[in-house]
Design a protein around this ligand. Structure first.
Ligand SMILES: Cc1ncc(COP(=O)(O)O)c(C=O)c1O
Length: 366
């Protein structure tokens, strides 16, 4: 298997760097914060038994997840451990060596690498910085092949903070439908639109499409490791369950309980994350203005991340390595996402970002 470079990078630095300025997960809630959402929750949590849980996911959790979508029921939901697990399960269940996949780029690396590790060929549908990180719909016609099985969308997009326009999203869905290509929508940032409209989920437009979601980004509960796959294609859902039996089997009971409580207050938690992101977008925008000799960006529209372009250094990878070693501030270089080595990812969901930017600003000016 080719290594998942972002995770290797984070594994090296995430728990030793002093200031994490590239995180895609926002500030997380405490256990107490989640339990305080519901007056019954603490007693129920303390009394719960710690056995295996249902492979599909407890009905109450699947109902709460289904409530995030239009026209979806609990039977269309398969709970997983994180959103990483269903990326793997989905690709393992649907792809074979020699298949062709089109995937929006740059993006979370496992969306391309899992397919490549299986032996599929992946063509990148490039989001263009000069077009505010919109890809060109005409490129889909250029990339498609007779054996294209899958179109992978990730909107809101990690790392760019881009959000497909409604027209482009509809055109991409039409393109896939007219050729019988299945769509995987990695929608783990859906709901975090801070400067644009919320698009429908892919599963609201296609009964063969699959949507991935998670507790990590929108709800600030990455450590619960709860994610999900949603599709109206029941045969596919069964295939995912078969793969899942070889992975986690079932999600941990305490996480299932806490995720259920949290999703009953989904709007509140989403608003909390959005409030930090909105403040940080303004702060980064001012920061970039103050350091315009070194930095540029396209303001993000959604999600918890954005790309900044380094205009005065030859390699973002080398820059990030030196920055973390000398100052303790962690940024993530573009190549970890299939972006250029002039870009770095900045994380917008943490209240500590301004402190990290102060250190980064001093470093840049020196
Ligand atoms: C686009 C995307 N998909 C999936 C994941 C994995 O999410 P989880 O932490 O729930 O496994 C991430 C995490 O960064 C992501 O950015």
């Amino acid at each position: 298997m080719r290594p998942f470079l972002l995770e290797r990078y984070l594994s090296k630095h995430e728990f030793s760097a002093r200031l994490i300025a590239c995180a895609s997960d926002p500030d997380t809630l405490r256990l107490n914060d989640v339990l305080a959402l519901d007056p019954e929750a603490t007693n129920q949590f303390m009394a719960m038994t710690l056995g295996y849980t249902e492979t599909k996911g407890a009905l109450a959790l699947r109902e709460a997840i289904a409530g995030l979508y239009q026209g979806i029921t609990a039977d269309d939901v398969l709970v997983h451990v994180g959103a990483q697990e269903p990326i793997y399960a989905f690709m393992r269940a649907t792809l074979a060596p020699g298949d062709h996949v089109i995937c929006i780029s740059p993006t979370y690396q496992s969306l391309t690498l899992v397919a490549e590790n299986i032996g599929a060929e992946v063509a990148r549908w490039e989001a263009r910085e000069e077009a505010d990180w919109q890809p060109d719909v005409a490129d889909l016609e250029r990339l498609v092949k007779p054996n294209t099985k899958l179109l992978v969308l990730n909107t809101p997009q990690n790392p760019t903070g881009g959000l497909l326009t409604g027209d482009r999203f509809a055109a991409a869905m039409d393109f896939a439908a007219s050729r019988g290509i299945r769509v995987l929508g990695d929608e783990v940032y859906r709901g975090l639109e801070h400067a644009g409209p919320r698009l429908p989920s892919v599963v609201e437009l296609s009964d063969r499409a699959v949507s991935l979601g998670a507790m990590a980004k929108v709800y600030g509960l990455a450590g619960l490791r709860i994610g999900w796959a949603v599709t109206r294609d029941r045969a596919l859902l069964e295939q995912l369950e078969i793969v899942k039996d070889y992975l986690s089997i079932c999600a941990p009971g305490p996480s299932v309980f806490l995720a259920t409580v949290a999703l009953r207050h989904a709007d509140l938690l989403r608003a909390r994350t959005l409030s930090t992101v909105r403040k940080n977008v303004e702060i980064v925008d001012r920061f970039i203005g103050q350091h315009a000799r070194h930095l540029a960006w396209r303001r993000p529209l959604a999600g918890t991340t954005a790309l900044m372009r380094l205009t005065s250094v030859p390699s973002a990878t080398a820059f990030c390595e030196e920055l973390v070693t000398r100052t303790g501030v962690l940024l993530a270089p573009g190549p970890l996402f299939g972006a250029s080595d002039s870009h770095v990812r900045v994380g917008l969901g943490r209240a500590s970002l301004p402190e990290a930017l102060t250190v980064l600003g001093d470093w840049l000016e020196r």
